[in-house]
Design a protein around this ligand. Structure first.
Ligand code: FNR
Length: 377
């Protein structure tokens, strides 16, 4: 506000609705349909965000909040804020130079917000890790149906210094996404270079000619190897791939959370993939408290529908250990690369910080204390 009085205005909107509107002007129709699109009529995607409105915070008075502590402990790491950047595949199509993953990593380096690099990164994960500087990164695995390839991808991530392995469970096949199908989106995605896959030695060994010579053949090979059908019996094998903390993404049912905890995972990641995999599902935020209760002392990460600082605070109050930002940073990338993604993260964090100040919650642990939130419907 003080900056505004002095004539210094932010370069992009600080709220999600206006940010999205600006990004819609900047993005090509096919990129927009890929980023925005969800499954079916996108009901689940919509309620993911709108269900946050069913929860309300209760302010506390006479608490000294002149200094706020937004830091959290996760995987033995001290993180300066309770948010992270959720994995987004093919980030490169959001930026003009095709290096959206490096841009996201730079935003991560500048803010201290961890970036979870996707298997489908357009830049090799080693380069992404280097661009993250001192900020810890996570690696998200879409488990290929070639076990040696899975081991290679995970081994590379561990050697590159990633601090957690996030295995996405809900996407061994892509969901029914009419926007992509109707807009013939696939040429756009075909043009994107999946450099992380293409640089993998085990993947390259599967090809008759290198991807540089025949990218189309490499893409088809990738389509064939993309998704292993996982069951609980595969968990020991996944565990054996790495010493990194193991996180299971896509857990929404408390029984699944209990089972994962019994089998020794290091964290649960409650998410419905932003409504991109299955339509008709309950808003992820409405399932979070049950998953947290089932997980006991095991941390629960959360994403799906987080659009603002107040959404972050609500997810923390419902027990999330850390909160993932998804589509908003993709819009930031489209508007201004690393600067745009950084702007989005800083806007969300600034709102969260101010909310803690005015609501009387000086730290993340005080937000989590009983009584910070009520269902308002
Ligand atoms: C995703 N998401 C995702 N998840 C994952 O595990 N690996 C991936 O490669 C991707 N790719 C991806 C692409 C795009 C364009 C989007 C929008 C999302 C899901 C992502 O991690 C997260 O769960 C959702 O983005 C959360 O929903 P909202 O908050 O973005 O609506």
């Amino acid at each position: 506000y003080m900056g505004g009085l002095a004539g210094v205005m932010p370069r992009w909107p600080v709220d999600f609705a206006n940010l999205k509107a600006r990004a819609e002007e900047a993005m090509s129709p096919s990129v927009l349909s890929y980023v925005q699109g969800g499954c079916g009529d996108e009901w689940t995607q919509d309620v993911n965000a709108s269900a946050f409105r069913n929860w309300g915070m209760i302010p506390r008075m006479m608490v000294d909040c002149s200094v706020r502590d937004l830091s959290i402990d996760l995987f033995g790491l001290k993180l300066p804020t309770p948010v992270f950047m959720a994995p987004i595949g093919v980030n490169g199509i959001c930026t003009e130079d095709g290096h959206g993953d490096l841009a996201a990593a730079q935003a991560s380096a500048r803010t201290g917000v961890p970036f979870c690099a996707s298997t489908l990164s357009n830049d090799p994960i080693e380069e992404v890790a280097a661009a993250q500087g001192d900020t810890p990164g996570f690696f998200q695995l879409y488990t290929p149906n070639d076990e040696a390839l899975a081991a290679s991808l995970v081994g590379r991530a561990e050697r590159a210094g990633y601090k957690a392995l996030v295995v996405t469970l809900d996407t061994w096949v892509t969901g029914w996404r009419p926007r992509d199908l109707n807009t013939a989106n696939f040429p756009q995605l075909r043009g994107a270079v999946l450099q992380n896959y293409f640089s993998d030695p085990v993947f390259r060994a599967r090809l008759a000619v290198p991807p540089e010579e025949n990218p189309q053949a490499a893409i088809l090979e990738w389509v064939g190897v993309f998704g292993k059908v996982l069951s609980w019996d595969d968990l020991p094998w996944l565990r054996s791939l790495t010493a990194m903390p193991l996180v299971l993404k896509g857990i929404c049912h408390p029984d699944d959370a209990r089972r994962a905890v019994d089998l020794g995972v290091d964290a649960i990641y409650c998410s419905n993939h932003g409504g991109r995999q299955a339509n008709g599902g309950i808003a992820a935020i409405d399932l979070l408290a049950e998953v947290v209760a089932a997980a006991g002392s095991t941390p629960v990460l959360f994403d799906s529908g987080v659009r603002s600082g107040s959404d972050v605070i609500k997810a923390l109050a419902l027990g999330a250990a850390a909160v993932g930002i998804g589509r908003p940073y993709a819009y930031g990338l489209a508007l201004g690369g690393a600067d745009g993604a950084e702007h989005v993260l800083r806007s969300i964090l600034a709102e969260a910080d101010l909310l803690m100040a005015v609501n009387g919650y000086p730290s993340v642990s005080t937000v989590r204390e009983a009584g910070a939130l009520r269902q308002s419907l």
